[in-house]
Write a protein that binds this ligand. Structure first.
Ligand code: GUN
Length: 291
């Protein structure tokens, strides 16, 4: 039996459609245009692609997009001054500082200078604490997108064994909190976990977020499990020609699809959901800002 393939692209399109409906109602009914400011420091090519996509989709759902591209050598004081200005700007409801930042900038200090109410990434220490204690918070976009796909496919997650591979602040830890919030029994596995294959084989829900191309193979997966692949890794693809590359996840799709009950593909799985959730968080921030 081969797994059901969860179509993140189609799901993200339906989320964006709902967001566009909310935006139209906020504009027509209340005269509010939700605005998202994205700050990019330096010229990392992958980050530039993300930021361009974010800006394009923000405008497509009818929101205002404010892009701030700063040179790699921007000082911390200048970046903090920009954030202070965005915090005070009533047209800006969401602020996202693209990570990673150049090494001379303190990411924690920068992220924690964002007004928590405008922190649409959910990375501010206040939002991290609120999520961890089950209170209303801004929820990080990638784990939120994963949770939405899991709920859509499985219905209730209550009582299921969930294993999250990876302990990053951006995905692994908030993903574990969200699954716990939905009453899963949660294990976080990582590079030091003993018998990681065995741990993964106990999972009804397996979320791979380690950034290691095709690390999880079919024999790590419990038959019928739901597999969410957060990895986006570019690897050489000599079969496509010299110097060519292809995108793969943290899961080896060909073997996993033969064992899992459902699986997200790469590309077209988690990736599109992340930006859709960012737009949804921005609308949420705009609603909360206006009572
Ligand atoms: N870099 C990679 N993913 C993300 C994300 O979700 N938010 C931000 N701000 N930077 C990122």
């Amino acid at each position: 039996m081969t797994a059901h393939i969860i179509d993140g692209k189609a799901f993200a399109a339906s989320v964006r459609e709902k967001v566009a409906g909310h935006v139209a109602r906020l504009k027509d009914g209340h005269g509010i245009t939700p605005g998202l400011a994205v700050v990019l420091v330096g010229e990392d090519p992958a980050s530039e692609v993300y930021v361009r996509n974010k800006g394009k989709q923000t405008v497509e759902v009818g929101m205002a997009s404010f892009e701030h591209k700063l040179p790699a050598e921007t000082s911390e004081a200048d970046l903090l001054a920009l954030i202070e200005q965005l915090n005070a700007d009533p047209a800006v409801h969401g602020i996202l500082v693209q990570l990673p930042l150049p090494g001379h900038l303190d990411s924690d200090l920068v992220i924690n200078s964002i007004d928590p109410a405008k922190d649409v990434d959910g990375f501010h220490i206040s939002n991290v604490g609120l999520l961890g204690t089950g209170q209303k918070s801004m929820v990080p976009c990638t784990p939120l997108g994963c949770l939405m796909m899991l709920r859509d496919h499985l219905g209730s997650l209550s009582g299921l064994n969930a294993v999250v591979i990876g302990r990053s602040n951006i995905v692994g830890k908030p993903m574990a909190q969200l699954l716990l919030g939905d009453s899963c029994t949660v294990t976080i596995a990582h590079s030091r976990t003993k018998d990681i294959e065995e741990v993964c084989r106990r999972a009804d829900i397996l979320v791979a977020a380690v950034g290691r191309p095709e690390m999880v193979t079919g024999d790590w997966i419990k038959p019928g499990a739901t597999v969410i692949d957060v990895g986006i890794n570019r690897v050489p693809a000599p079969e496509k020609g010299e110097g060519k590359t292809r995108l793969v996840g943290d899961v080896e799709f060909a073997s996993a699809v033969e064992v899992a009950g459902a699986i997200t593909p790469v590309p077209g799985g988690v990736g599109p959901m992340t930006i859709a959730c960012l737009l949804a968080n921005t609308v949420t921030a705009a609603c909360r800002a206006n009572g």
